[in-house]
Design a protein around this ligand. Sequence first.
Ligand code: OFO
Length: 172
Amino acid sequence: MLKEKVEKALNKQIELELFSSQLYLSMASWAEKNGYNGSADFLYIHSDEEREHMLKLFRFVNDRGGHAIVPEVKQPKLEYDSINAVFEEILEHEKMITSEINNLVGVCYEEKDFTTVNFLQWYVEEQVEEESLFSNILDKLNLLGGDKARFYMFDNEMGNLSATSTDSEDAE
Ligand code: OFO
């Protein structure tokens, strides 16, 4: 049985993962409307992956005797100044998620809920991968300068990347 404090913290994380999914969906839409089709494909898939992260937590809360709560839908930002701005925001967002996951693990230690600590290890590792992925993408983008042909190649690369899942393992 989940302790109340842990259940509340897990439900907060459910809300954050679902918001990540919404945010990346909004970014995918912006990218598609602005001709970055490869990046859009990548972002659509990443949005689905965030929903999987949410669902994995959702099922865990109910399996442990808690009540997983479907959060209200908050509208993410709709417009971006550039594709660089999109990936800058993603990296900042993922850093925030990492710090929230760390806080969540902290709550579980305080409550001596080591089962949930174990379960959350997947998220801890996933955040290392995601921060490194987005920081590499940003490094590449920052090297492009204003060269349109290079942006086109970058976008193609993003399309190829979307063919492979970025998750360290499939979220069950
Ligand atoms: Fe972007 O990763 Fe979920 O947790």
